[in-house]
Write a protein that binds this ligand. Structure first.
Ligand SMILES: Cc1ncc(COP(=O)(O)O)c(C=O)c1O
Length: 390
């Protein structure tokens, strides 16, 4: 007799998967041989720079690197992270206590509530936002409280609008600038306000900085840790994924408050066994020698951004050119919901984009395009959208 397979209550709390119909339609168009332009996924189309691959190739041949890695990461990798942080943000970090390498930043973002949250604790989550903040909170038994990111507030959360009873129960807050999905940015002044708010309300801040290095027109983006006393209230997650086109390699890191880092490393010591050392060695190369590559990627994204945003604006679909991150967040024209516009673009133009409500209720009324296809495809996508208007 087969046993009854009953999945956990926590899995039932996850939101429904909204993209099933889009995925199905996309696959069926592709099987008909249609040329589908996929601007849905935020996965860079450009390859990892050759010098980083070379380092991996050499490191992979050294048997010393075939063993279990240290949970806390190679000391050399932590040193390289500290040096990169000092150079990029002028923030000093203790490589022993304030840095923890991760198997991609998603891994750390997903595990941190297990280190900080007890059942019933409230976690403040930006919405629309990266879906992992919600699922990680639920997995740890926390209660998610959404902070709406509204266009009228430049997609910054209104900290004063948080319900006072919920705030009293809140222990942790996720933040993310430059932001996915809106591409909104914030300045250091906002981070300073967050530190003050966190101090006043006893809230631990987890800032997701996956996109700080993807910026345009020379507008460098700040680190949360640049705000005075930020290290006493929070940590920041970084990723090599977007910065160096290394999404598949799975490497990132958390930096900041030593106690929060210790908590996260305890969780991880019971779940994974560190990052493959050859990847850490390649990661050192990326951090030490990859600046020119990131600049090159940013020039390419900037050109795509200009072409796409100007093209949409010409058609009357008004969008703001983002200062950072590689997403275009478009308010849908009147008469459509997010999902309706996505399906129209898919069926009539064979273009994939993401409905804003997939990132939370306040994303309804918007769609997200990822600029992760080359210029020719972006131009082709615009030509197809233009035909809709004829
Ligand atoms: C906002 C945000 N944070 C974190 C991640 C995770 O990046 P990774 O796990 O590749 O470091 C992503 C990936 O798309 C993201 O959009």
């Amino acid at each position: 007799m087969p046993i009854e397979i009953k999945l956990s209550e926590r899995l039932k709390k996850l939101p429904p998967y909204l993209f099933a119909e889009i995925d199905k339609t996309k696959r069926s168009l592709q099987s008909e041989g249609k040329d589908v332009i996929d601007l849905g996924v935020g996965d860079p189309d450009m390859p990892t720079p050759g010098h980083i691959i070379e380092k991996l190739y050499k490191a992979v041949q050294d048997p010393q690197n075939h063993k279990y890695a240290l949970d806390a990461g190679m000391p050399e990798f932590r040193e390289a992270i500290a040096a990169w942080y000092k150079k990029r943000f002028n923030v000093k970090l203790d490589p022993q206590k304030e840095i923890l390498p991760l198997i991609g930043s998603k891994e750390g973002i997903a595990h941190i509530p297990l280190a900080l949250i007890n059942p019933g604790d409230v976690v403040l989550i930006p919405e629309p936002g990266y879906p992992v903040y919600y699922s990680a909170t639920v997995f740890a038994g926390g209660d998610p409280y959404f902070m709406p990111l509204l266009e009228k507030n430049n997609y910054l959360p209104d900290l004063h609008a948080i319900d006072s009873q919920e705030l009293a129960k809140a222990k942790m807050m996720y933040l993310n600038y430059p932001n996915n999905p809106t591409s909104a940015t914030c300045d250091l002044g906002f981070f300073k306000k967050v530190v003050q708010f966190a101090e006043n309300n006893n809230i631990m801040v987890c800032h997701d900085a996956a996109y700080t290095e993807i910026f345009f027109d020379g507008k460098k983006q700040p680190s949360f840790l640049q705000a005075d006393k930020a290290k006493s209230v929070g940590i920041e997650f970084h990723s090599l994924s977007k910065t160096f086109c290394m999404t598949g390699w799975r490497v990132g890191f958390a930096v900041g408050n030593a106690d929060m880092i210790t908590g996260l490393s305890k969780v991880k010591a019971n779940i994974d066994s560190g990052i493959f050392q050859a990847i850490q060695i390649a990661g050192i190369e990326a951090l030490e020698m990859g600046e020119a590559d990131t600049k090159r990627f940013n020039r390419i994204y900037q050109e795509r951004r200009d072409i796409f945003a100007e093209g949409l604006n010409k058609m009357g679909w008004s969008v703001k050119k983002p200062e950072a991150a590689f997403y275009i967040w478009l308010r849908v024209p009147p008469g459509y919901t997010s999902s309706e516009l996505v399906m129209l673009l898919l069926k009539k133009c064979n273009i994939v984009c993401t409905p804003g409500n997939g990132f939370g209720e306040d994303g309804e009324g918007y769609v997200r395009f990822a600029l992760t296809k080359d210029k020719e495809q972006i131009i082709k996508a615009l030509e197809r959208i233009e035909k809709l208007h004829e």
